[in-house]
Design a protein around this ligand. Structure first.
Ligand code: ADP
Ligand code: MG
Length: 401
């Protein structure tokens, strides 16, 4: 097969692929080590499918947040080497993104070969808010290729040259990774199978307002844990001691509780809380009722009774979306609530989706097998924006021609 879905014949063509290769690195410049190659692995299927179809594959990606100019600390060179290992054939590396090196590397590609361009964010045009500056850079990127494949799910919520503008300049298609993510997110928002349970936690209610707002009436049950619990408890009139509290959101939380009651959506709040005398203080950890948090303590996890109740509420779910740890899972004494929810998710028979960077990290650090979950989203920000009902520019642009 020499075709790529949505692009048709690609054999002999130069195909620019926007991937998400933004991996964590450790060590000195020149001897950097990739500490988690998950995003590179996730990018391989699209790249190898294009190469197998005979395309000359030109991969573009960013790493970290350089300031629009070359910075060796953010070079993609170590990523090119690892990508080559995973593909099983060497990846040519261009030491610039659209300059002499890129042009030379791309023109030297044979059918089925792969090149990686240096960090796209070494160019001020990539992230510029000025349409003309971004467009001029997109012109240079587009000149390197005959077609474009958008496969960096972690960046599709960004209106950036290599994500958005370049798609307006070349025949384009959605890569397999982005297509799979969008398919899952549609199943969470368009016609979710019921019962549909949404579990929300994490630190702040204000980070998740858009998601709560958009999913409140779609879900059958909403389970709330993490730091945002205390603003809900305060909205019910309870004292929360020294716990994380967003006073300015108490009214919003009261409104959510009322809307849920009116529309028949069940909101489950924890009935017991693990508190401590100071942040992360394991020695003083103890369980108290959620409506009797001592004034001098702060809540750092949902209690065991709540963990069991949340697991039971997930028992018959056909669709689950979980974002945000139930407690300060980084500290063992406050990780059990998150563990109880993660464990219940592995037993869900329908679609179980984990979204959010810290939630995905929690699942891994607590030792769960990622394969036990239906889907772990690779793009925290992009999936949350989609679930807020926002338009993702990098997706919308692919729908036009
Ligand atoms: P995600 O990245 O999955 O969207 P968030 O960034 O919203 O999740 O939240 C993750 C953070 O929330 C974790 O670092 C965790 O320690 C913190 N957290 C959870 N529960 C509490 C709590 N009760 N008090 C303070 N911080 C909390
Ligand atoms: Mg986070």
């Amino acid at each position: 097969m020499a075709e790529y879905p949505g692009l048709g014949e690609v054999s002999g063509k130069r195909v620019l692929v926007r991937s998400d290769l933004n991996v964590p690195l450790d060590g000195e410049v020149g001897a950097k080590v990739i500490t988690d190659d998950g995003r590179i692995r996730a990018s391989v299927p699209t790249i190898s499918a294009l190469a197998a179809a005979g395309a000359r594959v030109v991969v573009t990606a960013h790493l970290g947040r350089p300031k629009g100019a070359p910075d060796p600390a953010y070079s993609l060179a170590p990523v090119a080497a690892r990508l080559g290992e995973l593909l099983g054939s060497p990846v040519a590396f261009a030491t610039d993104t659209v300059g002499a090196s890129a042009q030379q590397v791309v023109s030297a590609l044979a059918d089925g070969e792969v090149a990686l361009l240096e960090n796209v964010r070494f160019n001020a045009g990539e992230t510029s808010k000025d349409e003309a500056e971004r467009g001029a850079f997109a012109d240079e990127l587009a000149a390197l290729a005959d077609a474009f494949v958008s496969d960096g799910f972690g960046v599709v919520h960004r209106k950036q040259a290599s994500v958005y503008d370049v798609a307006q300049r070349l025949p384009h298609a959605m890569g397999g990774l982005v297509a799979a993510e969008i398919d899952v997110l549609r199943r969470l928002t368009v016609t979710p199978e019921r019962p549909y349970v949404v579990v929300l936690g994490g630190s702040k209610v204000s980070d998740k307002l858009g998601v709560i707002d958009n999913l409140l009436e779609k879900a059958d049950k909403l389970l709330i844990g993490g730091g945002m619990v205390f603003t809900f408890l305060a909205a019910q009139g309870h004292g929360v001691g020294q716990s994380l509290l967003e006073e300015d959101q108490i009214g919003t939380c009261r409104d959510y509780l009322e809307r849920a009651a009116a529309s028949g959506v069940q909101i489950l709040l924890p009935t017991d809380i693990v508190v401590a005398d100071s942040f992360g203080d394991e020695a003083s950890a103890r369980v108290v009722p959620a409506d009797a948090i001592p004034e001098t303590t702060l809540g750092l996890d949902i209690g065991p009774e709540s963990g069991a109740a949340f697991a039971a509420a997930l028992g018959d779910a056909a669709t689950v979306f979980w974002n945000g740890p139930m407690g300060v899972f980084e500290v063992a004494a406050f990780a059990e609530g998150t563990r109880a929810v993660a464990d219940a998710l592995t037993r869900v028979r329908g679609l179980s989706v984990v979204g959010g960077g810290d939630s995905a990290a929690a699942v891994r650090s607590l030792g769960f097998d990622e394969a036990a979950f239906g889907h772990i989203s690779t793009g925290g920000g992009a999936s949350l924006e989609y679930l807020e009902g926002k338009e993702l520019p990098g997706i919308t642009v692919l729908e036009g021609n």
